[in-house]
Design a binder for this molecule. Structure first.
Ligand code: IMP
Ligand code: MG
Length: 183
């Protein structure tokens, strides 16, 4: 088994790119079906920095007209959610009256998506949908109130890095997904 060190922690191979790439194909096909006849182009909103790789792979597979925007939020310190979500960099386009597809790297507790949906509503978005690469159902706290519209892949409740996801800002450039090898 392949092991790597990111900062002070050891991670082992978990999901190779070739495998989760098929999960991305599936959500892109769902989006294509849902938006091919949309009256107005939706805004694909990349949540920086984590969703950057997923967002670009998704865009390559999506054939409907869309606008691209980004926003930076943060909630994690080290390997745990702080529960306090902050908008670190403003929204890059006007979403008033538009359908927004929030593109996220991973949904864990759900606090980030809760804040994002509330934030977009305040900015006048007509509707917001969530499209996430990974989802940890065991730690999600909003099963009754927040719908995860497009989920590429569910994973176990463990900390992962790679493909945009970081451990203290490192590891985002690793192509495959690695999981924490120690607690
Ligand atoms: P939530 O607010 O608890 O749902 O956390 C979502 C955010 O925390 C994501 O956008 C990620 O940036 C980060 N995050 C959650 N789980 C992981 C993980 O396993 N590895 C890296 N980042 C994570
Ligand atoms: Mg993120």
């Amino acid at each position: 088994m392949d092991k790597i060190k990111v900062s002070d922690k050891t991670f082992r191979t978990y999901i190779p790119y070739e495998e989760f790439s098929k999960n991305i194909d599936r959500v892109a096909a769902q989006l294509n079906k849902d938006f091919e006849n949309a009256p107005e182009p939706p805004v694909l909103l990349c949540t920086l920095n984590g969703a950057i790789m997923f967002c670009s792979e998704l865009m390559m597979r999506c054939s409907f007209p869309m606008e691209l925007a980004s926003i930076k939020v943060s909630s994690y310190a080290g390997t745990h959610s702080t529960g306090v979500v902050e908008v670190k960099q403003a929204l890059t386009c006007d979403v008033a009256g538009k359908v927004v597809i929030i593109v996220e790297d991973i949904v864990d507790t759900g606090y980030t998506m809760q804040l994002m949906k509330q934030f977009l509503e305040e900015k006048g978005a007509k509707e917001s949908r969530i499209c996430t690469l990974f989802y940890k159902p065991e730690s999600f706290k909003f099963k009754d109130s927040i719908k995860l519209d497009y989920v590429a892949r569910e994973i176990q409740n463990q900390f992962i890095v790679g493909f945009g996801l970081d451990y203290n800002e490192l590891g985002r450039n690793i192509k495959d997904i690695y999981i924490l090898d120690e607690e």
